[in-house]
Write a protein that binds this ligand. Structure first.
Ligand code: SF4
Length: 305
């Protein structure tokens, strides 16, 4: 009995499912209350993996976008590279990792203080050797965490809720009315692999640290239709890989962050490189004109401003 697996959404009594949902919807307030009262000395480890560290195979984050060629590269074991990404973005990603580590540590401590009524597993791995569905599609990923409610201290679980932490800039957070489609797709893969009935996408505002409520639409049930769609897409990528044929590019702004852009060479980035080269050339030319003047005559100091 409980809301522990996806199948429980279909077989558990409706009133019990409704009750367990209300527990999940209370996670946000529970977190705020924990932080309010928290006066512990805290240390935690934070870190990130470089782009090259990824295992070959399908990754949930790559299934979140629209480009299937990216998934194909990953499946074929192509090397990822992102060292040329603008430091502006890299610094943002690093701060995101720091938030993840802090919030995961908060949930670990919060559950530890529940005296066995709640448990938290951080960075729950998804890999072919761990789950049947991951083996079927060669999926490698990890979910930020799984929160478990237990019938009694140390007893069997009665509710399992996935936790996916997302950080947003103040402007993005202000416009956030529901989880982003890309995050719904990513978490759908986690939910299927880890057999999670519910998920909370815990968006955090990086400007003021506000979080979204743990209620709908930010807490949601496993979406059977979305999974069917994702599964069909994965099968299509596997078909391309079997034929050793590249799927078509789906170019977008996301190409700038794609670890395979160095091998894919999308037009959108070539155009961007050309625009940036032209901008640099214009800046050099303007500087030169300020110094020597249009007719090649050196402009006296003080007049070249
Ligand atoms: S660079 Fe763009 S088009 Fe190419 S694989 Fe990556 S996301 Fe797809």
């Amino acid at each position: 009995m409980g809301l522990v697996t996806i199948n429980d959404l279909l077989t558990e009594r409706k009133d019990r499912v409704a009750l367990y949902r209300t527990w999940a919807y209370g996670l946000g307030e529970m977190y705020e209350d924990f932080v309010r009262k928290d006066d512990d000395d805290v240390r935690f480890e934070a870190g990130w993996h470089g782009a090259k560290a990824r295992a070959a195979g399908i990754h949930a984050s790559e299934m979140s976008g629209e480009c299937r060629r990216q998934v194909w590269y990953s499946l074929m074991g192509e090397q990822r590279e992102d060292k040329e990404l603008d430091p502006f973005w890299k610094k943002r990603f690093r701060i995101g990792h720091m938030y993840h580590a802090m919030v995961q540590e908060d949930w670990r401590r919060l559950c530890e203080k529940s005296n066995g009524k709640m448990t938290f597993e951080s960075e729950v791995r998804i890999a072919p050797e761990l789950q049947e569905i991951a083996a079927q599609y060669d999926i490698h990923s990890s979910n930020d965490g799984v929160i478990c409610f237990h019938e009694y201290a140390g007893g069997p679980p009665v509710l399992r809720v996935g936790l996916e932490i997302k950080t947003e800039s103040p402007d993005q957070f202000k416009d956030l009315k529901e989880p982003k489609q890309m995050h719904l797709r990513q978490t759908c893969v986690y939910m299927k692999c880890l057999d999670l009935p519910l998920m909370w996408t815990m968006y955090i505002n990086k400007g003021n640290q506000n979080i979204v409520p743990s209620k709908p639409p930010f807490t949601f049930s496993f979406d059977f239709d979305l999974w069917n769609q994702i599964e069909a897409e994965m099968n299509s990528v596997i078909d391309f890989a079997t034929r050793n044929e590249e799927p078509p590019r789906k170019e977008s702004m996301g190409c700038e962050f794609c670890g395979y852009s160095w091998v894919c060479q999308p037009d959108v980035l070539k155009k961007k490189d050309r625009r940036e080269a032209a901008k640099k050339a214009r800046a050099v030319q303007q500087k030169r004109l300020r110094v020597i003047g249009i007719g090649g005559i050196r402009v006296p100091k003080g007049l070249n401003k």
